[in-house]
Design a protein around this ligand. Sequence first.
Ligand code: 13P
Length: 320
Amino acid sequence: MPLNTLATTLSRAEEGGYAVGAFNVSDLNQAVAVLEAARAERSPVIVQAIAGMHPYADEGWWWDRLREVVQSYSDVEVTLHLDHGRSYDDCARAIEHGFTSVMIDASRNAETDEPASYEQNVALTRSVVELAHSRGVSVEGELGTIGGAEAGLSGVVEEIVFADPKQAAEFVDATGVDALAVAVGTSHGSVKFTTDQGGQSLRISLIRDIKDRLPSTYLVLHGSSSIPPEAVVTINRFGGVLPESYGIDTEQKREGIGSGIRKINQGTDSHLTWTAALREFLSGHPTEVEPSVAIGVTMKAMSGIVARRMREFGSTGRVA
Ligand code: 13P
């Protein structure tokens, strides 16, 4: 099965009224963990990588191997997506390496890390759309500030600046993006909110308002990890020092899907679960030094949280 574009994957989700999880991976083992979950759940999946966030010396080599691994799961419906491309060059490289979807995050200037103006965002996003669409690749743009910190991208912890529905419609019209990441109350990273906010972080009415104005655009939720308390407790029990933090309530994510969200990004929940499994395993097996055993434990844990999210997002069982 060839890799799907984001537009193909999300048009099916729109039709079926569900969302597809976009799971961040930073090495090949994590990619396999995500793909195994998709196969077991018979779920479409978006495998996504962030430029610069991997342990390999050569990014082009990593992206080629990632594409090969993804393509080897020929029975799984997969989109290979660049998450948070910061420049035209990031997106052009990803397209060269066979990604079928790219995000251009032009909400900040890649060189200065200052917030970009609306006009700068439109100009850069439109140039990426022109290139990507000429190669049959989908594009996701971002408007507003989702907040938090995309680990490894910048040390800046940004405040949420909520998306403006009227500007969102203008942005899509001016750029031609297929999908739009909207700032509707989520926040990136493992430190999100200091209280559970009564499970009401998401502004559901804002999602509805944006969707009403953009019926043909696929809406994307970034920063939507739930921060499983059991993972944080395990990490801290075995030597970690994570602060108490609250993520996005599962029921609210479901409400978001009911209001038009079609792609949900998850990095932190996978990585917390991976880290918790590794810390617990190493602590309980102090004489074990064969890497494959510990790696297998982390992969199984990551597959588990990804599969759980697929069921929550309603994408399980959507592949024949
Ligand atoms: P989390 O940090 O909430 O998992 O969000 C990840 C994300 O949105 C990547 O683009």
